[in-house]
Every structure is written in structure tokens, then in C-alpha cells.
Design a protein around this ligand. Sequence first.
Ligand code: ADP
Length: 486
Amino acid sequence: MIEVLSVASEAYPLIKTGGLADVAGALPGALTAHGVSMRTLIPGYPAVMREAAGGRVIYEFNDLFGAWGRLIAGRFAGLDLIVIDASHLYDRPGGPYAGPDGKDFADNWLRFAALSWVAGKLANGLVEGYQPQILHAHDWQAGLAPAYVKYGPTDQVKTVMTVHNLVFQGHFGWDIFQRLDLPAHAFYESVEYYGGVGYLKSGLATADAITTVSPTYAKEIRTYAFGAGLDGLINARASALYGITNGIDIDAWDPATDAELPQTYTANTLHKRALNKAAIQSRFELEATPGPLFSVVSRLTSQKGIDLISSNIDWLVSLGASLIILGSGDPGLEGALLTAAQAHPGRVAMYKGYDEGLSHLIQGGADAILIPSRFEPCGLTQLYGVRYGCVPVVARVGGLADTVIDANEAAVEAGVATGVQFSPVTSEALGDAIKRTVDLYADEKVWRKMQRRGMKSDVSWDASAKKYANLYASLLGQPLDEQSGD
Ligand code: ADP
């Protein structure tokens, strides 16, 4: 077994704000079958400590960045965890990064420096009987961890830095550097970023390998348009860069057993979805239309291209289709969608908020899901859509480009299409895609085939886990599993 220490600021089901938690939570289980034993180092937020309080104490610090702290190990919520119990850093109300007022904690630099510093110590044999061979850091919160390994005493441990979203970088003032317990030369060699300290930048500069969550995003982040200021560095490290597409939890997302659905179904009983569609229509007072019931399940932000949806609502309705929206976020975008919904009663409805159960019902009942993201490292909702026969209509960017097969004529003819892609990411191109979808829907045979093809495709973690396992093995100089693919 290869021993890997994963370092993450969130992990499902304990604490989640986004896709990172899904990956950190699902990868360890999927890796076991590929000869990898993964433990996860995570901060002891209140939600984590509620589970971990009774675990085994494996180390105590007199001074962990300002006060006493300790490490607790054990299996909690199905995960093999090492939890940092340090109340001065993590025991506070709010989410993992921000207080109840929605403002980022002012000491996030310290809270996540501590996470990375502990990871570095564990890599250097802090706890007797535990020696990881690989340290796998996720996002900026763990970005300093590869630097702590690089500037630490051992060069035996190899490091991987995974980028889940390049726009979140952890950029702080230069004056914190002296508190980080790194040698002075580390500043100009790797840590400095536009005159300050860059956590993600440090990870990108010092890790032995860099991964991101889809092959297309791995290419995009090398460009000025998607590189968020880091494209120069990423290009310099291109030979160490890999794109590995995320999977989804196919047990939690299974239309054959989903308890949130009034009617479960399989690829062979797709007609049963009609009951779920009817449930959505009656709950949101939507008319049954000749055209498809489109849906949106999303954070409402500019990244997700939500403005392109509001500018297409009149058009969508004019084509005889309807729309259900689930989401919250930017007040301006929320307002535009609500206004559009009010202008089309019976045809467009919106639920403002976050509702996991409703997101399942929508995937299990709506005909199509609109995802016009301006950039999308991987994206999950198109994968749920594919698995649930809710045909994804996506911008051809990032992971959306890699996981949806466009219903062009050749693909429809060959029976391999799973959705609709469009490019460039403009209102006009989305409008064309909506029209194309309405036309495809009108041909029941073609539509059913597309749904079935998607439902039968493999969106599990298995293939990705194998790629991560092979990457770890190659970093350790071990032979690759021959069936690995790229
Ligand atoms: P991102 O992490 O950028 O928000 P992803 O597509 O990777 O985008 O993941 C979004 C996740 O959040 C999906 O699981 C999606 O179903 C869920 N989600 C987004 N908005 C809502 C909402 N309003 N209610 C329920 N689930 C939501």
C-alpha cells in the first residue's frame, strides 16, 4: 500500500462548502482498491470536533501558532482522519472560512498556515509509527504544505498540489512571512507573490506534481484568460501538471434508489421520470409545456454564467419550454431571475436558497439542466444530470467540455451523445443551444437514446482514483499500472 496524507480544509460529510469537500471525502474510499491508504488531515472546526472528540490523541503541541493544540486520530464519519484540535484557531461559530456575518476570518492566514505546518511535521515523522510517503495538498488552504516539506529535513516524501479552483489563491501581506516558520530564502525562491505571500502559489512552485480536476481546465489554466495571474508559473511547471476529472458518489446519486424522488427509475424505465416532473410542476405551479422543462441548480454567480440565463428566459419561453431554478448567490443575479420568473408565471419558477433534496428532485424530474459557466474546473451538476437522465446543456469549458458529448449530427447518428455543448460562452450561443435542445427533445427516440447513453456512462470515482494512484506510484518511482490511461 502507498501511504498518502491528504491535507484539506473540508471533507464531506463532515464539513462542505464546495466540490473540494466531495473530492476529499470520496477519494480515500475509492483509492483503497488501487493500493493506496489515504488519511486526511483536517482542522478541528466545531462540526469536526463533535465527531472526533473521543478519538485517540497522537500528539500535543505546547505552542501551535499561538496556543496549545493537539492531534486526534481515528475513523470519523467513515473517514480516516487526523484532526487538529486547536480551539484558538478553529473553535468558532460560522463556516470554515467566514463568520456568521459572512466575512472571512481575519486570521485565515494563521489558521491555514497551521494546517500546512502540521502536515509538514507529519511528513517529517512527527508521530512515531506514522510515515506518509506522499503528501497531497488541496487548494490554497493547504498550499504551504509542499513548501514545509521542501524546506524541511526530509526529501523522501513526495508532494502533490491539487487545484480545485484557481481563482481562490490565499494571497496575504509580506509581513506574515516571519510567522510562518520557513527559512528566509523560501520567500524569494517560492513563497513570494506580487510582493506578498501566496499560499496556492507556494504549492504550485514547490510541489513535485500539480493536478487539477479536468484535462481541459489543466490546459486552460496555462492561458492568460484562465490563469488568474498564475499562468506563467503553471506554464513553467507544465511537465508536472496533470488533469484528472472528478467522479461523483454514485450511491448518494442513484436514481434507482434515491429517497428524495417520488418515483425511482433506471435507464430502462425512463418513462417513470414523468411522475417526478409532475411533482416539480405541481410544487412550483408550472404548466406542462410541449417543450422541455429546463432547470438550473447553481450558485448564482458570474462564474456560472447566470446572467446569460436571465437574458434567454423570454426566448426559452417563446420556444414552448419551461424553467425551474434552484440557487442563491449574487443579489443582482437573484433579482434578475426573480423578475424573469414573475414575468412568466406558470412557465418559470425559482426557489431561492440551498436545498439538497430539491436538487435531487430536479435532476430526477427536469428534462435538461443549463450550465453556461464562464469557467468550470470540473463541475458536478452535469455529472448528476448525466446519471439522472437530465440532459446537460453546457458551455464548452473546463470539466464541462470533458464530461459531456455534444449532440452534433455525427454523435447523434453514432448514438454517443449525452448532452449539448456550446461555444463561445455568450448569450447568443446559449440561445442557439436552447433551441437545439428543444428540437432534440421533440424527437422522442433521439432524446431517450441520449438520456440512456448518459445514464450508462461511468461517472464514478473509480477511473479517477486509478489515475491518482498511478501518479503517486510514478512519483515514488514505482511501476505504473498498465491499464491507467493518461
Ligand atoms: P461549485 O463547486 O463551483 O459550486 P459544482 O458543480 O462543482 O460547482 O458543485 C456544486 C454542488 O452544489 C453540486 O453538488 C450542486 O448540486 C450543489 N448545489 C449548488 N447550488 C445548490 C442549491 N441551491 N441547492 C442545492 N444544491 C446546490
